[in-house]
Design a protein around this ligand. Structure first.
Ligand SMILES: Nc1ncnc2c1ncn2[C@@H]1O[C@H](COP(=O)(O)OP(=O)(O)OP(=O)(O)O)[C@@H](O)[C@H]1O
Ligand SMILES: [Mg+2]
Length: 235
């Protein structure tokens, strides 16, 4: 895109419910994120962090305002086109890992490629490569119950990157992990950002984890309260 913004939100609002129970979770968000950034999103509970992540991930639609992804007006796409954009460009990691329980790590990682209709050999190769990137080659045949929390989250990250997404969206990826495991996940996200150029957006409540990012966007009451650059962006 000509001016460098991979993600651009302008005047984005989100209202849940209608009438007397309507609640405005986002009250006008303007936000630009360039390709290759590693951004942490912080803010009190209920300030709209997950709401904005769901909008960015095309899992939900704004009530008003504009969302441009690589120059494409997402709000003007129909449902199918939005789903294609999501499958092609976006990877998701959640606090609760969201792995299929009775399914091996390898099969969990393969799932997005099944949806893409890739053949078995291609799926297998790409999924083993993704598991190798998160350091779990030897755990491919294990089910989530046989893995630690940190390992499960690494499987979830492998599943998110197996499609080679442009953007990785992680909503409290370390929320269920102890400090040491959390640091390992942050180092992994940092490496994916540096080495593969994946744009990373991560929600966290922990300042220590946010410090792994190069920029922190602070939310409060459905607004961006502060946009903090931790370090010069590489030229
Ligand atoms: N599906 C929904 N229906 C109604 N209200 C909702 C819905 N989802 C979120 N909200 C409300 O919108 C506000 C923002 O919620 P959101 O989940 O974005 O907060 P958050 O910043 O992610 O908080 P947390 O740190 O607790 O995860 C909250 O007041 C929440 O109750
Ligand atoms: Mg949340």
């Amino acid at each position: 895109m000509s001016d460098g913004a991979l993600i651009r939100l302008r005047g984005v609002t989100k209202t849940y419910g209608q009438g007397a129970v309507a609640f405005q979770a986002l009250k006008g968000i303007d936000l630009d994120i360039a390709a290759g950034e590693f951004v942490a999103v912080m803010g009190p509970s209920g300030s709209g962090k997950s709401t904005v992540m769901n909008l960015l991930g095309c899992l939900d639609t704004p009530t008003a305002g504009e969302y441009l992804f690589d120059g494409i007006a997402v709000q003007r796409l129909d449902r199918d086109a939005r789903a294609r954009l999501r499958r092609r460009h976006l990877g998701f990691v959640f606090q609760g890992f969201n792995l299929l329980a009775r399914t091996s790590a390898l099969e969990n990682v393969e799932l997005p490629l099944v949806y893409r209709g890739e053949n078995r050999a291609a799926r297998r190769a790409a999924s083993m490569a993704a598991l190798a990137e998160v350091g779990l080659t030897d755990w491919a045949d294990h089910t989530p119950a046989e893995l630690s929390g940190g390992q499960q989250q690494r499987v979830a990250i492998a599943r998110a990157i197996v499609t080679r997404p442009t953007v990785l969206l992680a909503d409290e990826p370390t929320g269920n992990l102890d400090t040491e495991r959390s640091r390992e996940i942050m180092q992994l996200l940092q490496r994916l950002n540096h080495e593969q150029g994946i744009t990373v957006l991560m929600v966290t409540h922990e300042p220590e984890m946010a410090a792994f990012a190069r920029r922190i966007v602070h939310f409060r009451d459905g607004r961006v309260e502060r946009d903090e650059r931790l370090q010069e962006e590489p030229v």
